[in-house]
Write a protein that binds this ligand. Structure first.
Ligand code: ATP
Ligand code: MG
Length: 223
């Protein structure tokens, strides 16, 4: 097995005006290529922070985060943007679509940022929307879509540049059970057919059943 994501001795504290939170004091975690990992833990245990560290949205105070052999904690701002654009697909609890862009344009953004030519990008965006079953709503703006539809567009966007890693932060947390299941089917499908590494922070029992490995934040932190 090949390692996809490796966190070694990662520390992270947050300082606010009144308080200092020492969240991770030497966290170690290895995720193999092609795994479907579920991260569990109560509110405030650091699930989102962990995913943000992996995506390079935030940096650790010390320790290393190696993704596909590359030390991402050392990348500069441009390199980290490229890393995120090419290697990571991030799915948010609240979808985070760009509100002034329709569904198709939301999917086009990462493609155009990657320098894909307009015509090819359009083709790819159409394919992706087809894959998530959203072709019939591609001209709709986010507010003209249901929650589940917005999340499907967000998944299409996350897949745009064929990232090897999908990070999802409570992707079904804001959806009713049935809609959550369709999103879960989609993630499961991506895992099986495309062999991507998937890391999901969730409380959803149904997602846990699909996992190849489950980590509890509390054991990760105290280990
Ligand atoms: N930017 C920040 N500044 C200060 N404190 C922060 C910051 N980000 C996170 N924290 C603190 O770190 C802790 C972990 O937050 P995080 O969002 O990672 O938890 P979580 O496990 O995702 O929780 P939830 O299940 O509610 O989403 C919390 O106590 C939070 O207050
Ligand atoms: Mg969270």
């Amino acid at each position: 097995m090949e390692i996809s994501i490796q966190l070694s001795q990662v520390t992270k504290s947050f300082k606010t005006k009144y308080q200092r939170v020492d969240l991770f004091k030497g966290l170690n975690l290895d995720i193999q290529k092609g795994e479907f990992v579920v991260i569990l833990g109560p509110s405030g245990s650091g699930k989102t922070t962990l995913l943000y560290l992996m995506a390079g949205f935030i940096k650790p105070d010390s320790g290393s985060i190696v993704v596909d052999g590359q030390e991402i904690a050392k990348l500069n701002e441009n390199e980290i943007c490229r890393y995120r654009n090419q290697k990571i697909g991030f799915i948010f609890q609240f979808f985070n679509l760009i509100h002034s862009f329709n569904a198709k344009d939301n999917v086009l953004v990462p493609l155009l940022l990657a320098g894909v030519d307009k015509h090819k990008a359009e083709q790819r965006a159409n394919e992706l929307l087809e894959q998530v079953g959203m072709s019939h709503r591609k001209n709709h703006y986010p507010w003209e879509l249901s929650g589940g539809e917005q999340q499907r567009v967000a998944i299409a966007r996350a897949l745009a540049n064929s990232p090897s890693i999908i990070l999802a932060d409570e992707p079904t947390g804001n959806l009713d059970q049935k809609t959550g299941e369709t999103i879960l089917e989609l993630l499961s499908d991506i895992h099986h057919k495309e062999g991507k590494t998937i890391v999901v922070a969730t409380h959803d029992m149904k997602i846990m059943k699909r996992a190849t490995r489950i980590y509890d934040m509390e054991t990760l932190i105290s280990a």
